[in-house]
Design a protein around this ligand. Structure first.
Ligand SMILES: Nc1ncnc2c1ncn2[C@@H]1O[C@H](COP(=O)(O)OP(=O)(O)O)[C@@H](O)[C@H]1O
Ligand SMILES: [Mg+2]
Length: 353
């Protein structure tokens, strides 16, 4: 049975539908991230699950209970805020103990739980510090511990790493994921950072204008995006506009607007249909000499490149299209080499309009 279920949830602010008829089921022990651009409704959806926001329509279930109108403190959730939101006048210990006191746990039980949770986030020994005496990363660990100390059924995190520097952010990703697995806790994680979502998630829900544009495993989202929005939001992608010229079994022949004939693999398409072709950089093979066969092979010009260390980030012109690829640095010295690209039919993502 799903641990968290949203059924047709809608929340409007004036004319804006922050959440728009959104439905979703999150399984026990699953970690789902909401990924999308700023303003797409990630926070509002998460706050609906937490109970800080009451939807205008729809239902929210935690376990088998309809919690749509249950206040946050009775929902069995832990919440980690973007800005940590620690109580500045309380020590680390008091920050963690506060929620347990409200629940009227015995003193020795509170103490045991606080120390156990501090150990879990590697903060043992810092219990008497005040938040201002901690680094950003330590404050975030305390915020996480304060949510976990309640042993909630569901952990909700709203961009918990966005106030940390890049290196720490990367470390903490793995820590949060390991902790979630170890505690076997169901979690919903909001982020606008695709790398974070790819590392952390069992499934990623791509949000756009208050709706789920696509939900799937990181691999599904990356390899089989269902729309241009998803393809361009997760990973680097180049696009070509085309229409279907012929189909046979799972093979399709498409013709780009500027006349390139490209073979791809896709099902359920019909003659004349407009499609967008999406190409991941690593799926485009770059050749320095013209191959003997010419199927899906096109001349390419190098327009621009940027140094990335081992690789160069390259902008190729193929027909009238910009195609991004990564090439080993030593091979490119000037802007004028004659290149060819070969497109593997299996790797071309065909997005019907
Ligand atoms: N309290 C609020 N009052 C008015 N508009 C809001 C409020 N909260 C969110 N919104 C609007 O709802 C939309 C979704 O916001 P939000 O859920 O915060 O997006 P995200 O977290 O994805 O950036 C935005 O257009 C935002 O301006
Ligand atoms: Mg937000």
């Amino acid at each position: 049975m799903p641990q968290v279920k949203l059924l047709d949830v809608t929340k409007r602010y004036g004319k804006v539908s922050a959440v728009d008829h959104l439905s979703l089921a999150i399984e026990d022990q699953e970690m789902v991230t909401f990924l999308g651009p700023s303003g797409c409704g990630k926070t509002t959806t998460l706050r609906c699950i937490a109970g800080f926001v009451v939807p205008d329509a729809g239902h929210i279930f935690i376990g088998d209970q309809d919690v749509t109108h249950v206040p946050p403190e009775r929902r069995d959730i832990g919440f980690v805020f973007q800005n940590f939101a620690l109580w500045p006048h309380m020590t680390v210990y008091q920050n963690l103990a506060f929620g347990l006191r409200l629940r009227r746990l015995r003193r020795d039980e509170i103490k045991a739980r606080v120390y156990e949770t501090l150990a879990l986030v590697r903060m043992t020994g810092l219990e008497d510090r005040f938040p201002r005496q901690l680094s950003g990363g330590q404050q975030q660990r305390v915020a996480l511990a304060r949510a976990l100390v309640l042993h909630p059924r569901v952990l909700l995190l709203d961009e918990p790493l966005s106030n940390l520097d890049a290196k720490l952010r990367e470390e903490m990703r793995f820590e949060i994921r390991e902790l979630q697995r170890k505690l076997k806790i169901t979690a919903v994680y909001v982020t606008h950072d695709q790398a974070e979502a790819l590392v952390l998630s069992d499934r990623i829900a791509i949000l756009n204008r208050g709706q789920i544009e696509q939900i799937g495993t990181p691999q599904e989202i990356y390899q089989r995006p269902k729309s241009q929005f998803v393809a361009s939001f997760v990973g680097l992608c180049s696009f070509m506009e085309a229409h279907v010229e012929g189909t046979s079994a799972e093979r399709v022949l498409v013709r780009t607007e500027d006349g390139l004939a490209i073979e791809a693999i896709a099902e359920g398409l019909s003659q004349g249909q407009a499609v967008t072709l999406a190409l991941r950089p690593e799926f485009v093979e770059v050749l320095w000499t013209k191959p003997a066969q010419n199927k899906n092979v096109f001349p390419a010009q190098l327009m621009r490149f940027a140094y990335l260390g081992e690789n160069l980030d390259c902008w190729l012109k193929v027909g009238k299209w910009d195609v991004r690829v990564h090439l080993p640095a030593p091979r490119i010295q000037t802007l004028n080499p004659q290149l060819w690209v070969q497109l593997n039919p299996e790797r071309i993502i065909v997005i019907p309009h």
